[in-house]
Design a protein around this ligand. Structure first.
Ligand SMILES: [Zn+2]
Length: 330
């Protein structure tokens, strides 16, 4: 960890004191910040600016452990319902089931003595990369200064600068995200053929690692089988996606899988009332969205928002969490 990232003792004291004031004011209706990570990078990558590298993740977790009360998610939800959530309550979650959670994040969580929940997409376990990462990998590896994708209806793009690559990744991802699963798979295959992509080492957890995480005390939650946009599916398929990931994860971990995160997670757009009902009927007890904010006691237990405080310095990172805990803005 770089020394300048460590929150000064004074900053940590101020964050704790401000958090306690908010908690005194709001008792018994205290808010809960559920931080939402995906992948941890071994080193910074300009094409993945939203994902923390392992050094950033370390100072973030150290700050959470030092200035906040990091709780197991299931316990925090129960305490919130009972009106006795401790001050400065925070939970850590990871979506998708990246191998870097096992390899890079968990050792840091253990060092800091904090708990986390990992929402796993079962269909990718031990099988390489998710579609969005395959787009990134294809664009990352393409060496020419431009790319012509007109033959597959995806335009002609310059690839001279990092910004060009970022733009192309964003536009291909936006395009692929809402395609039906078959159409999306075809688009990715055509893209990889056109860009001459080699497949990278697998990015996702193996089934054995999921079992190992559960044995180490990490809670495993469901995140569907194939990470579809639920609203793009027939009800029968959506139902299968939600229920099958639960049974698959329960057989891998030997424990009940109680929590679920909606893929992509935008309420009303990526899932709706029907999917909330399916999630409840599958036996989950709470579900999480990608709507931004802290969870309150009034939130529907099946539409809980989460926080992404990706500020570059510990004090801004901590202050943003406090603002959410205070119920202010984003
Ligand atoms: Zn996801």
């Amino acid at each position: 960890m770089t020394a300048h990232k460590k929150p000064a003792a004074m900053t940590a004291r101020l964050l704790r004191a401000a958090g306690d004031r908010i908690a005194r004011r709001d008792k018994p209706n205290r808010r809960l910040c559920i931080v939402n990570y995906h992948r941890i990078l071994a080193m910074p990558d300009p094409l993945l600016a939203a994902e923390p590298d392992v050094n950033a993740f370390r100072w973030q977790v150290e700050l959470l452990a030092d200035c906040f009360n990091v709780m197991p998610l299931h316990e925090a939800l129960a305490a919130q319902q009972a009106g006795d959530l401790p001050p400065r309550a925070v939970c850590i979650t990871f979506d998708d089931g990246y191998r870097s959670v096992y390899e890079l994040a968990v050792p840091i969580l253990k060092d800091c003595g904090v708990h986390a929940t990992v929402f796993v997409t079962t269909g990718y376990l031990g099988k390489g990369s998710m579609w969005n990462d395959r787009i990134i990998e294809a664009v990352q590896r393409h060496e020419a200064g431009s790319v012509d994708l007109r033959h597959i209806g995806l335009g002609n793009h310059p690839l001279k600068t990092m910004e060009d690559r970022r733009k192309l990744i964003d536009s291909l991802t936006a395009r692929a995200k809402y395609l039906p699963p078959d159409g999306r798979a075809m688009m990715i295959r055509e893209l990889e053929t056109s860009l001459g992509s080699r497949r990278s080492p697998p990015l996702m957890l193996t089934p054995r690692q999921v079992g190992e995480l559960a044995r180490q005390g990490i809670e495993i939650g469901g995140h569907t089988v194939s990470h579809p946009i639920l609203t793009s599916l027939e009800d029968e398929t959506a139902c299968y996606e939600i229920a099958a990931c639960k049974t698959q994860l329960e057989s891998l971990t030997g424990r009940p899988v109680r929590l679920f995160a909606y893929p992509n997670g935008k309420p009303g757009k990526d899932f709706n009332e029907r999917h909330i009902r399916m999630t409840r009927e599958a036996g989950f007890v709470a579900a999480f969205t990608t709507a931004l904010g802290a969870a309150t006691r009034e939130h529907d237990r099946f539409q809980l928002p989460r926080c992404r405080p990706w500020d570059r310095t510990p004090s801004l990172f901590g202050l943003r969490l406090l603002r959410w805990l205070a119920g202010q803005g984003q």
